[in-house]
Structures are given as C-alpha cells and as structure tokens.
Design a protein around this ligand. Structure first.
Ligand code: FAD
Length: 389
C-alpha cells in the first residue's frame, strides 16, 4: 500500500476515534466548566488514557511516535467537537524541549512517566508582567549556588500550573549586561511543582474571560537542583525558538477546529431559523459571511497541513508555521463573528455555546504570540524588511 494512502487511512481513523471520545464530553460539559471556571479533569484523563497526550513521544519512551501532523488532527477534532484542548495541549510541545535538548538520564526519568500519564508536564513559564513580548529582557534570575539554582522573580499567564507536576522555566542565568547578545544567558530549567509549592514558589490563579486555568507564579528564592537544567546553560532562548514551530502549528490546528465548528453551527441554525416566512440562511446577507468564513478556514487549513508536513520532514518551517498560526487565528475569529451574527440574539445566550467559543477563539489573536509579532517576523525574516522593534 502507498504510504500516502496508509497515512490517509490512519488519519481518518484517528479523527473518528478522537471524535468518538469527544462525544462523551458534549456542549453541556464544557458550558458547566466554563461557568465555574473549572478544569476539565475528566476530559484530560480520558485523553491521557487513550494515549493521545503521548502522540509525539517516541515509541522507545512509551509514546505513539507520531508527528505534528497527527497531533494537529487530534487537537483540531477536539475543537471541532465544541471542546477546548487548551487544558492540555502544551504537554505536546513542551515535551519537545526535553526530547530534543534533555540529557539521556532526563529523558529516561521523565518521558516514559509522561507517556503513561503518571507525570504531567503542562506548564511553560516564559511571560513576565513587565517585559511582555520582549522575551530576552525577562527578569527572573536563576543564580547557581553549588548544586542548586536559586530562582527569584515573577511570571504571568502561566497556564495549567495548578494542574501540572512539572513546569519548564525560562530564566536568566547570566545577567543581561554581562552577555554579548541578549539572546544569550537564558536557560531552561525543569521545576518540580509538587516539591516547590510553599517552598519558594507561589501560584495564584487569574480569572480570565474564558476558562483557561492560567496563573501568576512567584519565585522567592526557590531552590532547584542543577540536574534539572535542560540542555546547556545559557542556550535556553535557542531551545525556546526550536519549540515554537510545533506550538504555532498545533495552536493553528485548534483554530481550524474552532472555525469549522462555528461554520457548522451557524449553517445549522441558518437553515432552522425562520424569519419573514423563510430560513434566514436563504438571505445572501446571511449566506455570504458564512461562505467567506468557510473559504478562509479551508485555505488556512491547507497552510496548517503544509507547515505540519514540513515540520515532520525536518525542513525549516518558521515562515509556514507562523503563517499557519496567523491565517488560522484570523479565519477562526472571522468564523466566530459570522456565527454570532447568524445567531442574532441567541449568539449571546450561553446555552448555544457560540458566545463561549467566541471568547475562547479570541485568545489566539494574542497568545501564545500576538498577531503583530507574527507579522513583524514575516516582514523581517521572510520579506527582508528592516527590523521594526
Ligand atoms: C490566557 C492566556 C494564557 C497564556 N499562557 C501562557 C503560558 O502558559 N506561558 C507563558 O509563558 N505565557 C502565556 N501567555 C502569555 C502570552 O504569550 C502573551 O500574553 C503574549 O505573548 C503577548 O504578550 P503580552 O501580553 O505581554 O503583550 P505585550 O507584549 O505587552 O503586547 C501588547 C500589545 O502590543 C503589541 N506589540 C508589542 N510590541 C509590539 C511591536 N514591537 N510591534 C507591534 N506590536 C507590538 C502586541 O501585539 C499586543 O497586541 C498567556 C496569555 C494569556 C492571555
């Protein structure tokens, strides 16, 4: 059998298996959690038990050994079903830093346990309140003292820190004024949250416009063993960049799932809702925004699949991964607006779930990277224009 045919069959099976799992978590499940701002533990457990959280972990460490293409199919399907993978998607790409740059001992120690679902690596601490997108200026310091790093500083928007066992931290190990390039002197360190809470680490939840389990994290002379350093000291920014393409592609796939959900729901409603004696979907004013949103979601999905294929065949794909994220986030946001408009007043009613998904998909214009920063990347690195910041 041709490998492309085999892949298509595998992908179709994967998609329908994820869709089947998601059927046990209907709209009401997500709606109730949203109202309480509660974490979808049962959903994450089911996903972990089914092995989906270990999609990208190589088989030698007990994972499925599949690619970003397959991980993207899983995340898209979750979002297409009306759910939200933000509760757990990060493990897929944070794990990549450990896999690519961790020592053989670290990989042996952590990856099989992550694959079995015994250990959660869901939190990645990069953002800081005072420096924002200017990552290399971050202020959290990890100072080496003997066999420990002593960490002092603050992070913000650190999602899932309350629902993870480990957190990958990006901190400065050499002060900015002592490095030649500002991208140097940053390091990635694994923090064991279970041991650290109350011993120099404080986590405070932040309530946001959608259910996202995000937090602020305070380090007050937290001690971390030096063997928790991932890769080489001072090279953390490079490791961060290495992981970003996978993150961009996976988040983009969630946007595609959202976009398809919005178009499906809006079309269903447009056929059922009768006003002036006919379905509202018979009016071009209702049809055209949905047709345009559909076309843009489909176009963006081609870019996501293209970027994922490039990533999986180890080709440089920074431009494609960024464009996938940009186009998919724009397409899902356009579809969200069209879906609210189609639903009229009911677009604002919680029981239709459109307003919930609308709030959820809005995030992707800002996080994990804002649209402007992607445009700036394309302008500088693809179009060769002068750096604007
Ligand atoms: C719900 C949520 C979850 C998150 N989860 C995580 C997480 O788990 N881990 C983590 O580390 N971070 C996380 N983040 C942080 C997220 O990555 C940042 O919010 C995002 O990168 C933007 O940074 P900022 O909020 O500091 O905005 P800023 O950098 O302050 O930017 C504010 C606005 O100014 C624009 N801007 C800034 N500089 C320029 C420029 N040079 N040119 C043009 N426009 C510019 C930006 O595009 C943006 O619109 C999360 C954020 C949210 C809201």
């Amino acid at each position: 059998m041709e490998s492309s045919t085999r892949n298509t069959e595998l992908h179709t099976e994967l998609k329908s298996a994820v869709a089947e799992l998601c059927r046990s978590f209907p709209d009401a499940y997500w709606r109730d959690l949203d109202a309480q701002r509660a974490y979808p533990s049962e959903f994450v457990d089911a996903l972990t038990k089914a092995g989906y959280m270990a999609t990208l972990i190589p088989e030698e460490f007990g994972g499925a050994g599949l690619g970003v293409t397959e991980a993207a199919i899983i995340l898209e399907e979750i979002h297409r079903s009306g759910g939200n993978a933000a509760a757990c998607h990060a493990q897929m790409y944070i794990m990549g830093t450990l896999l690519r740059h961790g020592s053989p001992e670290q990989k042996k120690q952590y990856l099989p346990r992550i694959a079995r679902g015994e250990l959660r690596l869901q939190a990645f601490a990069v953002s800081e309140p005072t420096t924002g997108s200017d990552t290399t200026r971050l202020k959290t310091m990890a100072v080496r003292k003997g066999d420990r790093y002593v960490v002092k500083g603050q992070k913000i928007w650190i999602s899932r820190a309350e629902h993870s066992d480990l957190m990958l931290l990006l901190a400065r190990t050499t002060p900015l004024e002592e490095v030649k390039k500002r991208t140097e002197g940053l390091s990635t360190i694994l923090v064991d949250l279970r041991k650290s809470l109350g011993h120099g680490l404080t986590v405070r939840p932040i309530r946001t416009m959608m259910n996202h389990a995000t937090t602020e994290v305070f380090f007050d002379d937290l001690e971390v063993p030096v063997e928790n350093l991932v890769g080489e000291e001072g090279q953390g920014f490079r490791y961060l960049l290495d992981g970003l393409n996978a993150e961009r592609i996976l988040i983009a796939s969630e946007c595609i799932g959202d976009g398809r959900w919005f178009v499906d729901r809006a079309c269903r409603y447009a056929k059922e809702r009768i006003v002036f004696g006919r379905p509202i979907g018979q009016n071009q004013g209702v049809q055209f925004p949905l047709a345009r949103a559909y076309a843009n979601v489909e176009a963006a999905s081609l870019m996501v699949a293209h970027a994922a294929r490039m990533f999986d065949s180890h080709q440089p794909c920074g431009a494609q991964a960024n464009m996938a994220k940009l186009l998919a986030a724009d397409a899902s946001w356009e579809a969200a607006n069209a879906a609210v408009q189609t639903h009229g007043g009911f677009g604002f009613a919680e029981e239709y779930d459109v307003e919930r998904k609308f709030r959820e998909t809005r995030l992707y214009q800002v996080a994990p990277i804002s649209t402007n920063l992607i445009l700036a990347y394309l302008a500088e690195h693809v179009l060769g224009l002068p750096r604007s910041y």
